[in-house]
Ligand binder design. Structure first.
Ligand SMILES: *[C@@H]1O[C@H](CO)[C@@H](O)[C@H](O)[C@H]1NC(C)=O
Ligand SMILES: *[C@@H]1O[C@H](CO)[C@@H](O)[C@H](O)[C@H]1NC(C)=O
Ligand SMILES: *[C@@H]1O[C@H](CO)[C@@H](O)[C@H](O)[C@H]1NC(C)=O
Length: 484
């Protein structure tokens, strides 16, 4: 009987107020656990690095780092991106980054390029910045992937002593961490630094640390938690030319009459330890190669094959002491400034040349034209702080657009030269912190009405005709004066 009338009223009678409180409390706890942040983060992918190997090449003044990571998804949901972490000081000097997934087994290994972009994840502890590597296929729970990351750092070697005399060798500091900075737990890791010579003045020890010849090895370190960091300083000899182009302005002028005219304006500097005391040419020449070992006398520029009318001049005039070797794949110009460059010294010069236009100008399927030329600086192993490329299109070109494989600033300008009627459109591309890795092809597309091909000769003819008419008039006037 009693069981039959268990209604809300009888239930209320059965439960004491304290028991109701307890039920509410349990319900609240349940709600909290479902929506609490800790539980929610397990809904976002949980990754772990099984093994990491980092190789830092310090042999030039451009630092190249290669990082091999084996990442495992230890969470329950699948992951579509992997975060790479950089300390804020490194991010400012990061010039270039590339990532690839290693696929296939042993002999048939190949790499699949992946997109890497600055991440919009908020900064981590101590200002850590992130880059996202976007995976082609989602990484499911329990799966793992091998990644290869390459990146390039510039202006990261600090000369110490800051000033050296002509006979001294250049020593520099490099600062990094013995442990790889990562938002993920790293189970096993190892880092090696390669110095240019055997001369290493000092280095921080984070046991196990081992040095043999030009290799300095940190690790292996096991089970390091996320954001582990252990600063190290390496002080070593580096006499490689610290060639920095503070500014390079390259002008590429297209003429449909058969020529591509390139003019490069360089502002080159030696960014190594400053030269102390005067420069002695006698000592420099008699004590080679020991005197001024960190200086450089010449620098190699790589030009396209089939270059012609090459010139090289500075403020004073033409410099003839440059050697040009023309090859079928590339040409090489050995640029030799008037004096060797020591730390802190600068040289400003211009290199110009012509190339047959058909080597770099093509017609696309829709009838438009495009220039396909190499981005970057022609000088070997050089950092360009600021690169400006100006592509001067022929008169009458329309709808210009540039296709460049990385982010940079673009704008349009107008240029007027003699024989121009309406002026030429100039596509301006600007990029900071450029390294040799940026030397990849870029394209500038535009539409062109062939009637404009006649503009230049017409202007020439009319100018000639005007001159002719003027001289006739002058002669007539002259005669008139003679007669009177
Ligand atoms: C932040 O930097 C300080 C000082 O360098 C260091 O002691 C601390 O452990 C760092 N914190 C994290 C989370 O990395
Ligand atoms: C410099 O060299 C270029 C090309 O060889 C030549 O056209 C020009 O006249 C020279 N200028 C001077 C000042 O010698
Ligand atoms: C541009 O030239 C490079 C070789 O210099 C070539 O590999 C690439 O396919 C060319 N791109 C276009 C769009 O023609």
């Amino acid at each position: 009987m009693e069981n039959n009338n268990v209604g809300p009223a009888s239930l209320r009678r059965l439960l004491l107020p304290s028991q109701i409180c307890l039920i509410f409390y349990v319900l609240l706890l349940l709600l909290l656990t479902v929506f609490s942040p800790t539980v929610r983060s397990s809904a976002s992918p949980e990754l772990q690095i099984i093994s990491a190997e980092r190789r830092v090449d310090l042999s030039s003044h451009i630092i190249r780092v290669s990082l091999t990571l084996k990442v495992e998804n230890v969470g329950t949901s699948s992951a579509s991106e992997i975060l790479l972490a950089f300390p804020p000081t490194q991010v400012d000097h990061l010039a270039w980054i590339k990532a690839a997934a290693l696929v296939g087994k042993r002999k048939k290994k190949s790499s699949l390029p992946l997109d890497v972009k600055p991440s919009n994840v908020p900064d981590g502890p101590n200002g850590t910045k992130y880059y996202s590597v976007f995976l082609v296929n989602q990484l499911g729970s329990g799966e793992s992937i091998s990644l290869e990351v390459l990146y390039v750092l510039t202006h990261s070697l600090e000369p110490f002593p800051v000033e050296i005399s002509q006979s001294e060798s250049q020593l520099v500091y490099y600062r990094d961490s013995a442990l790889i900075l990562s938002p993920y737990h790293i189970r096993s890791q190892e880092t090696s630094f390669r110095t240019p010579t055997n001369r290493v003045e000092s280095f921080t020890r984070v046991e196990p640390t081992d040095r043999s010849g030009t290799e300095l090895k940190y690790g292996p370190y096991e089970e390091r938690s996320s954001y582990s960091y252990s600063p190290v300083i390496i002080h070593f000899e580096n006499n490689n030319p610290f060639a920095v182009v503070e500014e390079l302005v390259r002008e590429i002028e297209i003429s449909h009459w058969g020529n591509l005219q390139i003019t490069d304006h360089f502002k080159l500097a030696h960014a190594g330890a400053r030269q102390k005391g005067g420069f002695s040419r006698v000592e420099y020449q008699s004590r080679q190669p020991f005197s001024g070992s960190s200086s450089f006398k010449h620098i190699l520029a790589e030009l396209p094959p089939r270059v012609h009318s090459v010139y090289y001049r500075d403020d004073i005039g033409n410099i003839s002491s440059s050697r040009l070797r023309i090859g079928s794949k590339k040409s090489e110009l050995l640029i030799e400034p008037r004096y060797p460059l020591f730390g802190g010294w600068k040289a400003t010069f211009v290199v110009g040349y012509g190339i047959p236009v058909q080597d770099f100008l093509f017609e696309s399927s829709d009838g438009a034209r495009y220039l396909n030329y190499s981005f970057g600086c022609p000088l070997a192993e050089t950092v360009v702080d600021k690169l400006t490329i100006k592509v001067v299109l022929p008169e009458g070109s329309e709808d210009p657009s540039a296709v460049v494989p990385f982010q940079l600033e673009q704008r349009l300008e107008k240029k007027h030269s003699y024989l121009d009627v309406v002026g030429r459109t100039v596509v301006v591309l600007e990029k900071k912190n450029v390294v040799p890795e940026h030397n990849s092809p870029f394209q500038v597309h535009y539409k062109f009405n062939p009637i404009f091909m006649l503009a230049e000769p017409l202007m020439l003819v009319s100018a000639f005709f005007l001159l002719f008419a003027a001289s006739i008039a002058y002669l007539h006037m002259d005669l008139a004066i003679c007669k009177s």
